[in-house]
Design a protein around this ligand. Structure first.
Ligand code: HEM
Length: 156
């Protein structure tokens, strides 16, 4: 694995950082730019329809990048000479919590979509509410913490 990493270090770190940018940056854009504007739509049904479709599209876009972060992380942790392994364990834990949180959000959106199609507007709203209030901000904070530990692992 050390040889593999030595040959492809540039590409592996590039893919790791690119994936983090798309995952964390995407969540920040959705929470701080898209979400407040969706709230301005007065027609509740239209608002929920747009919210569900934007989230569905975003979730599908980030899935490959969540997996790339893990694969590149495994290659780096096996191939790099890392003095403080504790940072690696912390980042692995952060990725795990972020991935579980992502799955919860994905399932909630799918459940809300079903409610919406059955014309249960109240249930759709209640099911979605926790995502912008708690789950998305939590993953943004965890992502930024993972980034801080990434810089530490680089040696600064
Ligand atoms: C799965 C566990 C993870 C491991 C083992 C891991 C490991 C590493 C390592 C070894 C580096 C240093 C690369 C270098 O020398 O430049 C790094 C950097 C980085 N990691 Fe991770 N990582 C993990 C998860 C994550 C997650 C979940 C994110 C964000 C969503 C993330 C974002 C970053 C970023 C942005 C950098 C670049 C920091 C810099 O530019 O100095 N990592 N990671």
């Amino acid at each position: 694995m050390s040889n593999f990493f030595a040959n492809y270090a540039h590409t592996i770190i590039f893919l790791h950082v690119l994936s983090a940018i798309i995952w964390i940056g995407g969540m920040i854009a959705i929470r701080l730019a898209v979400h407040p504007h969706l709230q301005l739509i007065e027609d509740t049904k239209l608002k929920l329809e747009k919210t569900l479709s934007i989230m569905g599209r975003f979730f599908n876009i980030v899935i490959p990048f969540i997996i790339i972060i893990l694969i590149t992380a495994i290659i780096m942790s096996m191939g790099m000479q890392i003095q403080n392994k504790m940072f690696i364990y912390i980042k692995e834990a952060i990725w795990t919590v972020m991935a579980i949180n992502f799955i919860v959000m994905y399932l909630k959106r799918a459940k809300a979509q079903k409610f919406f199609e059955d014309n249960k507007i109240g249930d759709t709203k209640v099911t979605l509410a926790i995502i912008p209030k708690v789950l998305l901000p939590l993953n943004i904070i965890l992502g930024v913490i993972a980034l801080i530990f990434g810089v530490s692992l680089r040696g600064f």
